[in-house]
Design a protein around this ligand. Structure first.
Ligand SMILES: C[S@@+](CC[C@H](N)C(=O)[O-])C[C@H]1O[C@@H](n2cnc3c(N)ncnc32)[C@H](O)[C@@H]1O
Length: 296
């Protein structure tokens, strides 16, 4: 009897081991890629926001504009001037395989961590990153802070992979009305940073405050600092940006232009005096430098 049940168990085990393997399970469906907003949609959205009196989202506009030149799905992205990580999050959400964020601030990447994102604390002028490594090198509102823009653009071109895209939008440029990033604080009396010394800027800001036109969030002394601290802005002329791109090696330039502001409505005497000081119309009204280039 015991012998019989042992034989039955052995037979069962043999049958089981000869049984065909279970059919292969279907692969789980890959996650739906997040479609980047189209450039046209953002332009219309920006126009709608402008009509509604809201600030247009220029950062999203430029992130989306860069996508017109390169599909970053599964690709490597470098964000120059990544600050606390917001741009890095954006490119991961669009499907980038990996993102490196580079900045000079100690709070680099504090707002965003992700397994595919790493941060490098360094200046755009000298990046401790290997050459030919990124499919998109992206910088928004950063180059106007970098002292040596030639070195920075050269580095951006060096680390771009062959076929990779370099995209930068730098604004507001120093010589424009809002060069020191003080918004509309001096709308009533433009270009104080080019016309006045530090005390003159302070006096003007205090006068505006006394007349109820104060800056919404910066004290007059902070506005003076915006003008006098050489570490905050690079003070480069508009054509220096254009020239810095024109001399790059192994690069096809797709866009290299300065976007200019509306030029009417200003005191012609003031504009004339600034031109006599040596500023060009492009300096005074050139708000944004936009470059898009592809590495050969
Ligand atoms: C106006 S913020 C823009 C940050 C980010 N791109 C954004 O739109 O939120 C400018 C950034 O440039 C960074 N920056 C300034 N000088 C830099 C340099 N030499 N190299 C790299 N980043 C720099 C600043 O620390 C800051 O994070």
């Amino acid at each position: 009897m015991a012998l019989l049940s042992l034989a039955a168990r052995v037979a069962r085990r043999i049958r089981r081991s000869l049984a065909p393997p279970p059919p292969p399970q279907p692969e789980p469906a890959p996650p739906e890629p997040v479609a980047p907003p189209t450039w046209e949609a953002l332009r219309d959205q920006d126009a709608a926001a402008a009509v509604a009196g809201m600030p247009a989202d220029y950062k999203r506009y430029h992130q989306s504009s860069a996508m017109r030149w390169v599909d970053i799905t599964g690709k490597r992205v470098l964000v120059v001037g990544c600050n606390r990580g917001d741009d890095c999050a954006h490119f991961i959400n669009l499907g980038a395989a990996s993102v490196v964020g580079l900045d000079v601030i100690s709070e680099i990447g504090w707002d965003y961590t992700h397994p595919a994102v790493s941060y490098t604390l360094a200046s755009a002028e000298s990046m401790p990153l290997p050459s030919d490594s990124f499919d998109l090198v992206f910088a928004y509102a950063t180059l106007e802070h970098v002292p040596d823009i030639r070195a920075a653009f050269q580095e951006m071109a060096r680390v771009a992979a062959p076929g990779g895209v370099i995209y930068s939008a730098a604004a507001p440029l120093w010589c424009s009305r809002s060069g020191p990033h003080w918004g509309d604080a001096f709308d009533h009396d433009p270009w104080p940073h080019l016309r006045l010394d530090a005390e003159g800027v302070l006096a003007l800001a205090e006068q505006a405050r006394a007349e109820g036109r104060e800056h919404p969030y910066h004290e007059p002394v902070r506005l003076r600092e915006f003008m006098t601290d050489p570490m905050l802005f690079n003070r480069r002329r508009a054509d220096e940006y254009l020239d810095a791109i024109a001399i790059l090696d192994r690069i096809d330039i797709l866009v290299n232009r300065i976007e200019v502001e509306k030029q009417d409505g200003f005191d012609p005497g003031m504009v004339r005096a600034l031109i006599d000081q040596g500023y060009s119309a492009l300096d005074l009204f050139g708000l944004t430098h936009i470059v898009t280039a592809r590495k050969r």
